[in-house]
Ligand binder design. Structure first.
Ligand SMILES: *[C@@H]1O[C@H](CO)[C@@H](O)[C@H](O)[C@H]1NC(C)=O
Ligand SMILES: *[C@@H]1O[C@H](CO)[C@@H](O)[C@H](O)[C@H]1NC(C)=O
Ligand SMILES: *[C@@H]1O[C@H](CO)[C@@H](O)[C@H](O)[C@H]1NC(C)=O
Ligand SMILES: *[C@@H]1O[C@H](CO)[C@@H](O)[C@H](O)[C@H]1NC(C)=O
Ligand SMILES: *[C@@H]1O[C@H](CO)[C@@H](O)[C@H](O)[C@H]1NC(C)=O
Length: 392
């Protein structure tokens, strides 16, 4: 914060008027790195600083079943420093500091809401504070929920600095571990000025995929990720990021103010929101059950353009008693478009997995059902020329 001239003058006056007894020596942290106690590896201080948020995942996992196993691994673990040590090229290009977000329990995937919320707050502080000396961040993550953390961080960290997701589909004991290349690519992408102002990015299988749209499209293949709307933003050649699209951001994207997303005591981490998958004879009682079980919101993976074949009565009953409902589509591509007279939100182009995160953030930001409807539908509704009309 800059002092106004007036304040500065007043301070000088106050200091000169003070008695000359020496003040106790207070060492002030001058950078976010110092304040957060980050230790930079590499030692070439002219290289960009990239923060490694390390949650583990397959990229950290090895197998006791040999070099062919890519399904039963997880008995062996390496930490962030060890991943960095595997690749001598990393520290010739960047300085890296590891922030450890693995858990005692599952050692790997960083899948609980509290942990990823805490990590997001930490990343926001490290990258977006006025004293930040950090150029960008990479988070390593289990691939099963990588996209959930991508959407969460993309919705909350918004100061133009790149955050890049990295992971692997094969353990490091495998004869063709994909994690080293994915990790190197992610670090180079986070260090690239070209990556600024593009939102969160996923570096996977030599592809640059926008985090907002990213989803896991294949359960075992190294080419596991893709976007549900739009194509890749670029790729890697010689492990360097090459963009072939100009910087762009999803339309209707909403940034939540991280300081108004309430945590404990309102919610231990984020409010409980469940996803229900609709099919023929969908049982609306599941919605009431979810609510009785503590859910504050439910996202339904609807049929086609956000249809819910049965159960409307129960949904209405749950809405009446304060549950928030968002209906997306179980189709991999395409929208769940707004209803003329909404009682719940349709998710637009936001995938149901990401819609769950968005609904959690909406509820934690104090939005009611109508505000949530506007959050999910407002932009698309306007673009479609279909205003929200009260019931006729
Ligand atoms: C440090 O990095 C700079 C910028 O890439 C490079 O020019 C310089 O040679 C490096 N210094 C050492 C000691 O490697
Ligand atoms: C890293 O930099 C050092 C010092 O400049 C150099 O000796 C070494 O060959 C470089 N390593 C790689 C892998 O480029
Ligand atoms: C990371 O944190 C976990 C959980 O607190 C701990 O078990 C582990 O030893 C830590 N790893 C490192 C390298 O500090
Ligand atoms: C998240 O941070 C809060 C506040 O510092 C702490 O109480 C809680 O234990 C943390 N949770 C996890 C899972 O790290
Ligand atoms: C939500 O909007 C509808 C339609 O405009 C209105 O009838 C209803 O009272 C609103 N509910 C709340 C909680 O604001």
């Amino acid at each position: 914060m800059r002092l106004s001239n007036l304040t500065a003058t007043a301070l000088v006056a106050a200091v000169s008027a003070a008695p000359t007894t020496p003040l106790p020596y207070i060492r002030r942290a001058t950078t976010a790195s110092e304040r957060l106690g980050l230790t930079w590896l590499g030692g070439n201080s002219s290289l960009p600083k990239i923060l490694i948020l390390y949650t583990g995942g397959t990229i950290a996992s090895g197998s006791i079943y040999g070099a062919l196993d890519d399904t039963q691994y997880g008995q062996l673990q390496i930490n962030g420093e060890q991943i960095i040590a595997r690749n001598p090229y990393l520290l010739n290009n960047t300085q890296l500091a590891v922030s450890n977000w693995t858990t005692e329990e599952d050692g790997s995937t960083g899948t609980n809401d509290a942990l990823v919320m805490n990590m997001t707050r930490f990343a926001h502080d490290a990258l977006c504070s006025e004293d930040s000396d950090i150029v960008g961040a990479v988070y390593t993550h289990g691939t099963n929920s990588l996209e959930e953390t991508a959407f969460l961080m993309d919705s909350l960290v918004n100061c133009g600095k790149p955050i890049v997701a990295a992971g692997a589909m094969r353990p490091w004991t495998h004869l063709s571990f994909d994690g080293d290349a994915n990790f190197f690519d992610a670090v180079m992408l986070a260090a690239s000025p070209e990556a600024r102002n593009r939102g969160l990015l996923v570096a996977f299988n030599s592809r640059i995929i926008p985090g907002y749209w990213a989803t896991k499209l294949h359960s075992t293949n190294p080419n596991a990720f893709g976007a549900t709307a739009t194509g890749d933003l670029g790729l890697f050649l010689n492990n360097l990021p090459i963009f072939y699209n100009s910087a762009s951001q999803p339309l209707f994207k909403h940034y939540f103010d991280i300081s108004s997303v309430s945590a404990y005591p309102s919610y231990p981490a984020l409010p409980k929101v469940d996803i229900l998958y609709a099919a023929r004879e969908f049982d609306g009682k599941l919605v009431l059950d979810a609510q009785a079980n503590g859910a504050k919101g439910v996202v339904i993976a609807g049929t086609g353009n956000g249809g819910v074949p049965t159960g409307q009565e129960e949904i209405a009953e749950a809405l009446q008693s304060g549950l928030q409902v968002v209906v997306g589509t179980r189709s991999p591509f395409g929208p769940s478009s707004p209803n003329k007279t909404p009682t719940y939100a349709k998710s637009g182009f936001v995938h149901v997995i990401q819609a769950r995160i968005m609904l959690q953030l909406a509820i934690a930001s104090g939005m009611n059902m109508n505000q949530t409807i506007d959050l999910f539908e407002g932009g698309l509704r306007k673009a479609m020329g279909q205003p929200w009309s009260p019931g006729l």
